[in-house]
Each structure stands twice: as structure tokens, then as C-alpha cells.
Design a protein around this ligand. Structure first.
Ligand SMILES: *[C@@H]1O[C@H](CO)[C@@H](O)[C@H](O)[C@H]1NC(C)=O
Ligand SMILES: *[C@@H]1O[C@H](CO)[C@@H](O)[C@H](O)[C@H]1NC(C)=O
Ligand SMILES: *[C@@H]1O[C@H](CO)[C@@H](O)[C@H](O)[C@H]1NC(C)=O
Ligand SMILES: *[C@@H]1O[C@H](CO)[C@@H](O)[C@H](O)[C@H]1NC(C)=O
Ligand SMILES: *[C@@H]1O[C@H](CO)[C@@H](O)[C@H](O)[C@H]1NC(C)=O
Ligand SMILES: *[C@@H]1O[C@H](CO)[C@@H](O)[C@H](O)[C@H]1NC(C)=O
Ligand SMILES: *[C@@H]1O[C@H](CO)[C@@H](O)[C@H](O)[C@H]1NC(C)=O
Ligand SMILES: *[C@@H]1O[C@H](CO)[C@@H](O)[C@H](O)[C@H]1NC(C)=O
Ligand SMILES: CC(=O)N[C@H]1CO[C@H](CO)[C@@H](O)[C@@H]1O
Length: 378
């Protein structure tokens, strides 16, 4: 009886093992790729925290298949490493990004966001990983000059090189138009003060939907004429150019070309002053508009696209010099959740009708104006 049990168990175990091997036969990564990953790990500082994250990584026989390592994914047909994703591991630190990473030739997705590499040189070989679709090195604390070699990554759809601390300026964006599949671009916190023709580079990206250039010392595009004749991308839906030095209304003109697609527009803390009366009148899809901390003057209604009355959820205009009355039509913006008009020169009476349909409003700031509030007791 006991003998039969043992035999049965043996058969079951054998069966399970066989199934296991079958299913994962094609998942085995190549020696080169395994070594490249181990070299990458060598560039990280191993403390108690990271040892836990990397406990599945190793040279032992049981850990041979790097496709099963934490953060690594392989193509399930070829077994090649296609993804290295260490996202969310906020306390990882390293001394360098190993040049051996170049062996991961099939890599499509690389996310090292927020790993602190202590200011070590950004690896320029990154331009050789030409299969990359997603590259995210944001907040990585790398040094050296901005890697224009990324312009060789012509398959990229998502590029995030924001908040990295590169030294010096990005001298031009001549490398950018080659990335014609880009849908997402974030170069925030790089110094682009010499790049006057940035709208032209952006306009050459036909699929771009998100553009983030926060805190880039971005200058105003020169004059209208240089902006005409552009083969414009019509897909941009989110633009964040906050914390720059934009001052002229040519920027509004450029944006008006995205009138059918633009959903989020962030321009806070620039030096914007005037605007032609109808700059915003065509931005009918807007949900969020943030123009706070500029020097905008004139009537409030110039900066509110009335055609977006039914889509606007957030409107931030505080810290400008807007004057005149707040029209009662604002009470029709039934989706509005956040409204900040503080620190302007607005005047007149605010009454119930200003809020007639604002049932979703959860944040309201009207402070530091000259408004008279006149509400019925209910
Ligand atoms: C293999 O990968 C493809 C695409 O990544 C996926 O659609 C498919 O379900 C995977 N097959 C298996 C067996 O995991
Ligand atoms: C990379 O990881 C971060 C979290 O660490 C995440 O916010 C970001 O969306 C990821 N990037 C991509 C391209 O998936
Ligand atoms: C990438 O681009 C740079 C400059 O744009 C160029 O010098 C280099 O030869 C290209 N190739 C690689 C593999 O980086
Ligand atoms: C950006 O570069 C310009 C010109 O090199 C320089 O004057 C400016 O101070 C830099 N801006 C920042 C925020 O470092
Ligand atoms: C903007 O960039 C400058 C220079 O790189 C930096 O000192 C400053 O902290 C950044 N500001 C924000 C709000 O990120
Ligand atoms: C906007 O598009 C129109 C044509 O739709 C074009 O004539 C004009 O030059 C464009 N302006 C800008 C600033 O891109
Ligand atoms: C504009 O884009 C279209 C479609 O991508 C392309 O065929 C055309 O050559 C471009 N024109 C210019 C002037 O770049
Ligand atoms: C803001 O604009 C007004 C004119 O509307 C001008 O007098 C003032 O100097 C500007 N302030 C700044 C800080 O640019
Ligand atoms: C049957 C079996 O063990 N399958 C494994 C094959 O490898 C993948 C990816 O590492 C595992 O998730 C499966 O459990």
C-alpha cells in the first residue's frame, strides 16, 4: 500500500515537472542577456531593501531563467528580454547604468524612473537600443550632457527624460522629428533657453498627444511668420509649458491650431501678458485650463472659452491682473470642479446665478478681489 502511494506521488511529481518545463521551454533567456542584466544589477547598490527586490535575480541553477526575474519580461515566442521595468522602487540607488545593457538588443520597454544613480554619466549607448518603444529615465539623477542620441530611437512612442539634472543646455531639437511615432514627450527641467523654434520641432511629430516641457527656460516662439507653413500635428491633447519664460501671444496662436484636440492646457508661472480677444474662443474641448501666476490683464471672459462651457472641469486664473465682472454665464459650466480666480482685480456682484449649475464645484477661491457677495439665505 505504502509502495503504491510513493509511486503515485512520484508519477504526479514527474508529471508536474514535465508540464512546467514544457510551458517555459521558450522562456529561457540567452546567456548574453542574463549576463547583461546581472551587470546592470552590479551597477546598483545592494542594501536590505534592494536585496529583497532582486531576490529572484542570481546565478544559481534555479535562477537561470532571467525571464522569471522581478521586473524582467521576455517575448513569449523568442525568449528575448523585451522589458526591464523597475518602476515604483523609489529607494533604489546605483553608481552607474552598466554599458552591458546594450546587449539587450530586443528591449522594447525600459523604465528606470526614480532610481538614483548619484549623478553618474548618462549612457550615450542608449541610442543603440533601437527597438525601444518606451524609455523612461525621469527623476533618475544622472549627469553628463543631454543624450541627443535618443534621436536614433526611431521606434519610440514614449520618451520621458524629465527631471534628471543633465548639465548644460539642450542646444537644439534637431534630433526630435526623427521620432515620428512619439505620442508622449516629457523633457521637463532641461534647459531649452536657446531653442527658439521648439514649436516647429513639436509640430513635426504627427502622433504626439502629450507634451510636457515644464521649467525649461523655454523662450517665446519668435514671430508668427515662422510658425506658419507647419505640417501641424492635430493630435495634441495635453500641453504643459508651465514655469517657463513665455511672454508673447504667438504661443496662443500656436495653440489655436490644436483647437479640436486640446483637453489640458497648463501655462502657469510664465510671463504672459495680453492675448488677442479670441485666442481661446476655439479651444472647445478644454477640460483643464491653468493660466495662473502670469500677468494677464483685461476682461475675465477673454480667457475663458465660452464654447468649452460644457467641458471645463478646472479653471485656474489666480495671480493675474484680470479686471471687470465675472459674467453670470459661468454658472452654466456644469462640469466645473475647481475654480480659482483669487488675486486678480475682479469686481462686481457675485450672486446665486453665478453658481446655478455648478453642482460639482468642490474648490472655489475668489479671494483678493473687489467682489461683493450677494446670496439668498438658502
Ligand atoms: C504571448 O504574447 C502575446 C503578446 O505579447 C500575448 O498576446 C499572448 O497571450 C502571449 N501568449 C502566452 C501563451 O502567454
Ligand atoms: C515608469 O514607472 C513610473 C513609476 O516608477 C511610472 O509612473 C511611469 O508611468 C512608468 N513609465 C512608463 C513609460 O510606463
Ligand atoms: C546616434 O546619433 C548620434 C547623434 O545624433 C550619432 O552621432 C550616432 O552615430 C548615432 N548612433 C548611435 C548608435 O548612437
Ligand atoms: C539656462 O541657460 C541659459 C543660457 O545658457 C542661462 O542663462 C540660464 O541661467 C539657464 N537657466 C537655468 C534655470 O539654469
Ligand atoms: C526649475 O529648474 C531650476 C534649475 O534647474 C531649479 O533650480 C528649480 O528648482 C526648478 N523649479 C521647479 C519648480 O522645478
Ligand atoms: C494653423 O493652421 C493653419 C491652417 O489650418 C495654418 O495656416 C497656420 O499657419 C497654422 N498656424 C500655426 C501657428 O501653426
Ligand atoms: C505633411 O505630412 C504629410 C503626412 O504625414 C506628408 O505626406 C507631407 O509630406 C508633409 N508635408 C510637409 C511639408 O512636411
Ligand atoms: C504686468 O503688466 C502691466 C501692464 O498690464 C505692467 O504695467 C506691469 O509692469 C507688468 N508686470 C510685470 C511683473 O511684468
Ligand atoms: C507551468 C509554469 O511553471 N509556468 C511558469 C512559466 O514561467 C512563467 C513566467 O515566469 C510563470 O509565470 C509560470 O508560472
Amino acid at each position: 500500500m505504502g509502495g503504491i502511494m510513493v509511486l503515485l506521488l512520484l508519477i504526479i511529481t514527474l508529471h508536474v515537472n514535465l508540464g512546467h518545463d514544457d510551458a517555459n521551454m521558450t522562456m529561457r533567456c540567452t546567456d548574453k542577456e542574463r549576463e547583461a542584466l546581472l551587470a546592470f544589477k552590479q551597477g546598483l547598490i545592494m542594501d536590505e531593501h534592494s536585496q529583497v527586490i532582486f531576490s529572484s535575480w542570481g546565478t544559481e541553477a534555479a535562477k537561470q531563467d532571467c525571464c522569471r526575474w522581478e521586473g524582467v519580461s521576455c517575448d513569449n515566442q523568442t525568449g528575448h528580454v523585451v522589458q526591464l521595468d523597475l518602476r515604483g522602487n523609489y529607494y533604489l540607488q546605483g553608481t552607474m547604468i552598466s554599458p552591458k545593457l546594450i546587449e539587450l538588443k530586443h528591449l522594447k520597454y525600459l523604465n528606470l524612473s526614480r532610481i538614483d544613480f548619484g549623478g553618474s554619466q548618462v549612457p550615450y549607448f542608449i541610442g543603440s537600443l533601437t527597438n525601444l518603444r518606451y524609455l523612461d529615465l525621469s527623476w533618475c539623477s544622472l549627469g553628463g550632457k543631454f543624450p541627443i542620441q535618443v534621436g536614433n530611437l526611431t521606434n519610440l512612442q514614449h520618451l520621458d527624460l524629465g527631471y534628471i539634472d543633465f548639465s548644460g543646455n539642450v542646444e537644439n531639437l534637431d534630433w526630435l522629428p526623427r521620432l515620428s511615432s512619439l505620442t508622449y514627450l516629457d523633457l521637463s527641467d532641461n534647459n531649452l533657453s536657446n531653442v527658439f523654434y521648439w514649436p516647429e520641432a513639436v509640430n513635426k511629430l504627427p502622433k504626439l498627444t502629450t507634451l510636457r516641457l515644464q521649467n525649461c527656460s523655454l523662450p517665446s516662439p519668435p514671430v508668427r511668420s515662422t510658425l506658419s507653413n507647419i505640417n501641424s500635428s492635430k493630435s495634441l491633447s495635453s500641453i504643459d509649458l508651465s514655469l517657463n519664460r513665455l511672454s508673447t501671444s504667438s504661443i496662443f496662436l500656436w495653440m489655436s491650431n490644436y483647437s479640436t484636440s486640446l483637453v489640458d492646457l497648463y501655462l502657469f508661472f510664465n510671463q504672459l501678458e495680453g492675448a488677442e480677444p479670441h485666442s481661446f474662443s476655439t479651444l472647445c474641448s478644454l477640460q483643464s485650463l491653468d493660466l495662473s501666476g502670469n500677468n494677464l490683464s483685461g476682461q475675465f471672459s477673454r480667457f475663458v472659452p465660452t464654447c468649452a462651457q460644457n467641458s471645463l472641469e478646472s479653471l485656474w486664473l489666480h495671480g493675474n491682473q484680470l479686471s471687470g465682472r465675472i459674467p453670470e454665464s459661468i454658472g452654466q459650466m456644469s462640469k466645473l470642479e475647481h475654480l480659482n480666480l483669487g488675486m486678480n482685480a475682479l469686481e462686481g456682484v457675485i450672486s446665486d446665478s453665478h453658481f446655478s449649475k455648478l453642482s460639482k464645484l468642490s474648490y472655489l477661491d475668489l479671494s483678493s478681489n473687489s467682489l461683493v457677495l450677494n446670496f439668498q439665505s438658502n
